[in-house]
Design a protein around this ligand. Structure first.
Ligand code: 4NP
Length: 154
C-alpha cells in the first residue's frame, strides 16, 4: 500500500484537484487496493470547507467530482504518508520547515517532477486569477498524476 498526500496552500484548489485526478486514474487502472490518497493544506484558513466553487465547476466539466473537505497538514502526516507532493517552491519551503526528521523531508517531492508532457516546474496558484488558471491546473495535474502513477508501478 502506497500512501500519497497532495499538498497546496489552502487545500481548496490544487491539492483536492490532484487528489481527485489521482483517485480516478487509480480507479480506472483497477489499482485502488494499492493506494491511499489524501490532500491537505499549509494554512488552516479554509479548514472544514469544500473545494473552491470555481475549481469544483471546472473539475466537473472535465469529469471529476471534488468531495474533499479542507484540512491543514499535521505532523503525523509525515509518518503516515510515503510520498508528499507539493505544488510550488513556496509549498516546498514550508513543508521542509515543518518536516520533523530528515526521513520526513525525503518524502517531499514536487508534483511537476512527474510531468511528461508539460515543461513546468510548478502548478500556478489559481486563487486570485481568471478561469483559465483553473483549466491550467487540471491540464498540469492530469499529466503529473499519470506520470506519478506510472512511476509508482516500477
Ligand atoms: P490552493 O489555492 O493553495 O490551490 O488551495 C489557494 C487557496 C486559498 C488561498 C490561496 C491559495 N488563500 O489565500 O486563502
Amino acid at each position: 500500500m502506497t500512501k500519497v498526500l497532495f499538498i497546496c496552500l489552502g487545500n481548496i484548489c490544487r491539492s483536492p484537484m490532484a487528489e481527485a485526478i489521482m483517485k480516478k486514474l487509480v480507479k480506472d487502472a483497477e489499482r485502488e487496493h494499492e493506494f491511499e490518497i489524501d490532500s491537505a493544506g499549509l494554512i488552516a484558513y479554509h479548514q472544514g470547507e469544500g473545494a473552491d466553487p470555481r475549481m469544483r465547476s471546472h473539475a466537473f466539466t472535465r469529469g471529476y467530482r471534488l468531495t474533499h473537505v479542507s484540512r491543514p497538514i499535521r505532523s503525523i502526516d509525515f509518518d503516515i504518508f510515503d510520498i508528499i507532493l507539493c505544488m510550488d517552491d513556496s509549498n516546498w519551503d514550508k513543508l521542509h520547515r515543518l518536516a520533523p526528521t530528515i526521513e520526513a523531508e525525503n518524502k517531499i517531492r514536487r508534483i511537476t517532477d512527474f510531468c511528461t508532457v508539460h515543461a513546468v516546474d510548478h502548478v500556478p496558484d489559481p486563487y486570485y486569477g481568471g478561469e483559465q488558471g483553473f483549466e491550467n491546473v487540471i491540464d498540469i495535474l492530469e499529466d503529473a498524476c499519470q506520470g506519478l502513477l506510472n512511476e509508482l508501478h516500477e
